[in-house]
Ligand binder design. Structure first.
Ligand SMILES: [Zn+2]
Ligand SMILES: [Zn+2]
Ligand SMILES: [Zn+2]
Length: 141
């Protein structure tokens, strides 16, 4: 396995009460160094063949629970994971041209979504948005 030592990941993991296993550190590092979302298979390839998909998936899920990562469905309907840097509610823009994602920390749609639930007597408590578009580079191609 090509597991790189990453002291920052180990510190974050321990601060969250998680054991800083080499695989967890490596997965965080792989997510940190990528500017586009990665599938479990992409991550497995980065880590090397010895890593099992179920373990990687479990570790990713614990990162999602911590708010450190998020799963996004791509235009090809494949689920991929992206590293989150905001601690609060946020969204990710996905470029349909190159696959890059950009994290946006503002959410301007909360009020409209609450209004959307009102006719049905529904209280909207949370939402997920898939935002697709073209990044500046892809617009100029
Ligand atoms: Zn996120
Ligand atoms: Zn792009
Ligand atoms: Zn939002």
């Amino acid at each position: 396995m090509r597991l790189k030592k990453n002291p920052d990941s180990a510190i974050s993991l321990r601060a969250a009460g998680m054991k800083a296993t080499p695989q967890r550190c490596a997965i965080l590092h792989v997510l940190d160094s990528s500017d586009r979302p990665l599938s479990v298979e992409d991550i497995r390839q980065e880590l090397g063949d010895e890593s099992g998909v179920p373990t990687i998936y479990r570790n990713l899920q614990s990162f999602v629970d911590q708010g450190w990562a998020e799963s996004l469905v791509g235009v090809d309907q494949v689920m991929r994971f992206v590293r989150c840097h905001s601690t609060g509610h946020h969204h990710h823009l996905q470029c349909e041209g190159c696959g890059r994602t950009v994290e946006v920390q503002t959410c301007a749609v909360e009020a409209s979504l609450a209004a959307l639930g009102q006719p049905a007597g529904f209280r909207v408590t949370r939402h997920q948005l898939a935002l697709y578009g073209l990044c500046p580079e892809c617009q100029h191609q």
